[in-house]
Design a protein around this ligand. Structure first.
Ligand SMILES: [Zn+2]
Length: 294
């Protein structure tokens, strides 16, 4: 199992095999390509673009896909995925990354906000013209966007998703079967404030490994750690290491944050003894590697 990082700073850290950098983010900020890293591109969530032109937001009968809309529950502000100008802007950015020496591109938030979106006049017209039912039309829109994006990517191509293994197609237009034909691997974020309760991580990891027809990496949050939270995080990683995953990614603020996790694992005798006793051989190997560096 590989171990990797998801970071807000374009720097690699020793002891990790995969490096994902947030190069285009949901608040609308856009950064130059991080060389030799996997560049993570937020596609249709862009709070800044929506502030500048509110007409581009995705809409439903319960109103727009905005965090401030209390009738719905969306974590970000969503642009309508069929907006041709905005779509071209995202694809331009992806094409630009392809001109740099990047490891690859991961797309994030490339889908509809929820099942009832989007009913803007353009989407309704496109849906009627397609002759497909609502679910199939929305899935086809998203898959065709991903196909176009993939054609511009050099290196590894991956996608993130909302961690819903059952209703992804109905809710977001995410068709795992079709998308598996396009990607090198799937990146499943299982974000949380802590992993003191972690049965759901195990549950979702198993479901996604079973459902997705390509390798899977699981992302865990590793920001703002206390000793107790770090201990729970490392034990959750140990349980994940027993599944058939391509890797586990840790979301950190910066390189120092990542080194702290390694040092905590290396210097925690009780944890390393627990790994040996429960026979987590893969996680033992990872911590032994960190011990050579930290
Ligand atoms: Zn629309």
């Amino acid at each position: 199992m590989k171990v990797g990082l998801v970071t807000y700073t374009p720097e690699k850290v020793e002891g990790f095999d995969l490096h994902v950098y947030y190069s285009k983010r949901a608040d609308g900020s856009v950064f130059p390509a991080a060389r030799e890293m996997q560049n993570d591109v937020t596609c249709f969530c862009d709070a800044k673009a929506i502030r500048e032109d509110p007409s581009i937001v995705a809409v439903s009968k319960n109103g727009p896909a905005l965090r401030k809309n209390r009738k719905i529950n969306v974590p970000f502000d969503f642009v309508c995925p069929t907006n041709p100008e905005y779509r071209a802007k995202v694809l331009d950015y992806v094409e630009g990354l392809g001109r740099e020496n990047v490891e690859g591109v991961t797309l994030n938030l490339y889908h509809f906000p929820e099942e009832e979106f989007c009913v803007c006049p353009r989407c309704v017209k496109l849906w009627r013209q397609s002759g497909l039912n609502w679910t199939e039309w929305r899935a086809q829109e998203i898959t065709s966007f991903l196909k176009e994006a993939k054609s511009l990517v050099k290196g590894a191509f991956a996608v993130e998703m909302f961690p819903d293994p059952v209703l992804a197609k109905e809710r977001f237009g995410i068709d795992f079967e079709r998308i598996a034909e396009l990607v090198d691997y799937f990146h499943v974020p299982l974000s949380a404030r802590d992993y003191l309760t972690n049965y759901w991580v195990d549950l979702l990891a198993r479901d996604f490994v079973k459902v997705l027809k390509k390798p899977v990496v699981v992302e865990l949050s590793a920001e703002m750690l206390t000793d107790q939270k770090t201990d729970a995080l490392l034990k959750t990683m140990a349980y994940l290491s027993t599944h058939n995953l391509m890797g586990v990614l840790l979301l950190v603020h910066d390189a120092e944050n990542a080194r702290q996790v390694c040092k905590y694992a290396v210097n925690n005798g009780a944890f390393r003894e627990w790994l040996r006793k429960v026979e987590f051989s893969e996680m033992t190997r990872i911590v032994d590697e960190w011990a050579k560096l930290y």
